[in-house]
Structure formats: C-alpha cells, structure tokens
Design a protein around this ligand. Structure first.
Ligand code: CP
Ligand code: NVA
Length: 299
C-alpha cells in the first residue's frame, strides 16, 4: 500500500516528531540525497501557487527525482475527464502525485483509484505541508512545543484546520479567534480534542492572542472564495493583526503568515515588516519540511 499524506494525522504521532527532526537536520546540513533517483513525481495544481510548487519542484530534485508540473486547466482534467480515470492513467507513468485542488474528496478519489502516493499540496479543507513547515519554524526557536501557546486569528479555513491537526502530534496549545459563521469545522475540532489536543475557540482576537508565543493569520478570502471578498471584509472587521493586538501576546511573540499576505487587511504593514515577523523563515522551511515528508513516504 502506498503511503499518502492527505492530513497531518496521516503521520503517526511518534513518526511526526522524527519528520520534524529530520527536516531540521536537512535544513542545517543542506542535505541532498538520491532517495528519489529514477522516480518521477507529478505536481497537479488546480489553484495558483508560488511557494508550494517551487519548493516541491526544488525539493524533489534535491532528493534526486524528477518533478513534472501539470496545470489542470491545460490538461484533460480541465475538460472534465473524471479524476478516477486520470488517477489510473497517471499511476502508470509516475511514482507520486502532489496535488493542489478544491475538495479533499478529490484527493481521496486519487488514492482510491490510483496506486501511487498522493500528497496534499492544499485543499479547501487542509494545508498540511504548510503547517508542518510552520511547526519547524516554531521548533527551531522554541523546541519545547508542548509549552507553547499558538494563536490563530481569522478564518476557520484550511490553515486553521491543519493547525488543529498539528496540535495532536506536536502538543502546542492552540487558541483560535474566528468570527461567528467562520469557525473551523466542528468534526475536525472534536476529533483533535478527542486525540488529546488542547484547543480553545473564541470570537475575540484579544482573548486568543493573550500570552501567545506565536500569532498566526491568513487571508480572509481563500482561493475559490474571491467573490466573497466584500462580505468577508465586513465579517472580519477587527481581526487585523496590528501592533495593538501583538502587544497583548507574550513578550517577544512572533508573527506568522503562510503567504501570500494582504497588508492592511488581515495584517498591518507595521507588523508584517516588523522584527517579530518570521514569515520568510516559514516560506524557506517549506522546502526543508517537504523533503522530510517525501523521505517519510518513500524511504
Ligand atoms: N503558502 C503557500 O502555500 O503559498 P503558495 O500558494 O504560493 O504555494
Ligand atoms: N487559505 C489560503 C492559503 C493560501 C496558501 C487559501 O486557501 O487560499
């Protein structure tokens, strides 16, 4: 059975720690291997991407493999060839699929009908590779993750869901502030809590951020929600991470954002460009973490 990485919970708890340590080692030692020699990994993207696409293409090469990028609009997928057919065809050519798409069920279809590993490069529901990299970004500053309070201010979206899942293996305390009607999925929250994660949910950003060591946010309208921008700007009024909000966090708290960011919307220019902002390290860590995830799948 091929290993897949559709959500953070696909990695057993103890192995998640190993993946984290390996990503750090890969970063510190600029690791290159031939693990993927002779292997071709297809990147299928139904949404735009800078960081995820480039870090996977570079990462696959640094592990000795060949990445092949497919923009779905230029393929038969964009003309409605069924995913279950595409999965069976691509399994005959390649050794893995790295997929950015809409519904999570599309990845599940690829897993069901294909017979090569599938990696989630972002869906409407989850962004697990990003949060694994974000955990690395926190770990390299504050290795005792279980002593951290991590705040999420904004939409209960794919990023929030993966932060919720990440609280299970990595043990940080997560406090989310989401406007009413934009809370994370209850099932995802309940499942993580049932697995021992300590997670609070409020609609007051100041409450969520109080004493937090890391303050995270993301765009208010994700890819695919562009037409809701105006409605969301109203709903998220008061949710901008600005200097006043950061002042309520722990001393020396850091600001995090997966990027791309909308300045003066979810984050003020002053916070985004401040010394507290660690967004470029987050972006860099995508590369190191994805190599560690690929090693977990293929070794
Ligand atoms: N953070 C992130 O996934 O960025 P891209 O959309 O550029 O891949
Ligand atoms: N929530 C955002 C993340 C982008 C990396 C989106 O899905 O568009």
């Amino acid at each position: 059975m091929p290993k897949n990485f559709l959500t953070i919970l696909d990695i057993p708890r103890d192995e998640a720690q190993q993946v984290l340590l390996r990503a750090k080692e890969m970063k510190d030692n600029k690791v290159r291997t031939d693990l993927l020699a002779g292997k071709t990994l297809l990147l299928i993207f139904e949404k735009a991407s800078t960081r995820t696409r480039v870090s996977f293409e570079v990462g696959v090469r640094q592990l000795g493999g060949d990445p092949v990028f497919i923009a779905s609009k230029d393929s038969q997928l964009g003309r409605s060839e069924p995913l279950k057919d595409t999965a069976r065809v691509l399994s005959r050519y390649a050794d893995g699929l790295i997929v950015r798409t809409f519904g999570q069920e599309k990845l599940e279809t690829l897993v069901e009908y294909g017979d090569i590993p599938v990696v989630n490069a972002l869906t409407d529901e989850y962004h697990p590779c990003q949060i694994m990299a974000d955990v690395l970004t926190m770990y390299e500053r504050t290795p005792k993750l279980e002593e951290l309070k991590v705040a999420w201010v904004g939409d209960g979206n794919n990023m929030a869901h993966s932060f919720i899942n990440g609280a299970v293996p990595f043990g940080y305390q997560l406090s989310l502030a989401c406007p009413k009607g934009y809370e994370p999925d209850e099932e995802i929250l309940d499942k993580a809590r049932g697995l021992g994660a300590v997670i609070t949910l409020t609609d007051d950003p100041a409450e969520a951020v109080a004493g937090a060591h890391y303050v995270n946010t993301d765009v208010w309208a994700s890819m695919g929600q562009e037409e809701e921008q105006a409605k969301r700007e109203k709903a998220f009024a008061g949710y901008m991470v600005d200097d006043a909000l950061m002042a309520k966090a722990a001393e020396d708290a850091k600001f995090m954002h997966c990027l791309p960011a909308h300045r003066e919307e979810e984050v003020s220019e002053s916070v985004f460009e401040s010394p507290a902002s660690i967004v470029w390290d987050q972006a860099e860590n995508r590369l190191h973490m994805q190599k560690a995830i690929l090693e977990w799948i293929y070794k």
